[in-house]
Design a protein around this ligand. Structure first.
Ligand code: 8YV
Length: 327
């Protein structure tokens, strides 16, 4: 019997390709760059499954052009690249990779928070540039992390991981805002207090964004929200570009209306707003919050297991639109 045909849209670990080849005929993008939309559609035509990484837009146009497609398995917990209602309407399953990246991503949220608060990269650039010639009482004086107020916008699994680190590791006072409130047990585990969005903005010394991107969360932090934050506050975004209005943020940083920002995600990435590249009080990283070797391997394995689980055994592990399974 012919093996089902699948497309792996970006280069991934060779051992994951070997695993997939046991079950599928695999076309694999081994180039460094992503395919254009037209290329992606042309290559996906006739394929039953797609291994995607979060950057490939799966929308009505693509689905109409690829009627044999049955599943798109994202190697990411976020799935804002999927038009899920359009996929469901076409009986195409979407899957993501929750849980396996929670702790690693929360670790990185803290790395960015610490680096930003304590001006780690800014001071390193200063030293490397040979500018360190004397002691000075306020040289790279940043803000304290321990005992400060940690605000979290979006309290899913990763948000809770950040909260636990802040409360238990650094004695921070944790406040959060979310579409729905956590159960009392979860609030207790994170030592987190639910507040309205305005109170979150006004009280946080370090505000970490961990909410999913959607039309609703687009520019959840713009000029008006930045104006409500403390001038001493730090903003950390490990969620998605587009949640922050990067132009407004660059302006607020330049004008020192907030103290600093740590950003792992950007509107229009991999392009970065040019003004963010010129302000000193910002730490910028290239969307690497989940990037440890074991976690990226676990994400790729889960995406592959979803393809095998669904196309071979009829049972995906982490479906996003399980109603497709009943159809
Ligand atoms: C990935 C992410 O790095 O899981 C997510 O939603 O943003 C990141 O962990 C990225 O999507 C590449 O797979």
């Amino acid at each position: 019997m012919n093996k089902p045909r699948i497309l792996v849209a970006r280069a991934v670990f060779p051992h994951i390709i070997e695993l997939l080849e046991q079950h599928f005929e695999v076309e694999h993008n081994q180039a460094d760059a992503a395919w254009s939309k037209a290329d992606l559609i042309a290559r996906l035509h006739g394929k039953a499954g797609a291994f995607t990484t979060g950057g490939e837009r799966i929308d009505a146009e693509l689905l109409a052009a690829c009627p044999e497609l049955k599943i798109c398995a994202n190697m990411a917990v976020g799935y804002n690249n999927f038009d899920l209602p359009a996929m469901t309407a076409r009986q195409v399953l979407g899957t993501n990779t929750p849980d396996v990246l929670t702790e690693t991503t929360a670790d990185f949220g803290f790395a960015l928070l610490m680096a930003t608060a304590r001006r780690v990269t800014e001071s390193e650039h200063f030293l490397r540039a040979g500018k360190w010639s004397k002691w000075s009482y306020d040289m790279f004086a940043g803000s304290d992390v321990h005992g400060s107020t940690l605000g979290i916008l979006g309290m899913g699994r990763i948000g809770q991981g950040i909260a636990r680190r802040g409360a238990h590791g650094f004695g921070m006072h944790v406040i959060y805002h979310n579409r729905s409130r956590l159960t009392p047990d979860l609030e207790a585990a994170c030592k987190a207090r639910y507040v309205g969005k305005d109170e979150l903005l006004a009280q946080a010394d370090h505000l970490v964004l961990v909410l999913p991107y959607s039309a609703e969360s687009h520019h959840a932090i713009g000029a008006a929200e930045l104006a409500k934050m403390k001038p001493t506050a730090n903003l950390i975004n490990i969620a998605r570009g587009g949640i922050v209005d990067d132009a407004a943020l660059a302006k607020a940083l330049k004008e020192k209306r907030i103290a600093a920002a740590g950003l792992d995600v950007f509107e229009g990435e991999p392009k970065v707003h040019p003004d963010l590249l010129t302000v000193p009080n910002v730490v910028l990283t290239p969307h690497i919050a989940s990037a440890t070797v074991p976690t990226r391997q676990a994400m790729a394995k889960l995406a592959a297991d979803n393809l095998v689980g669904f196309l071979v055994h009829g049972k995906p592990l982490t479906p996003l639109n399980p109603e497709v399974l009943k159809g």
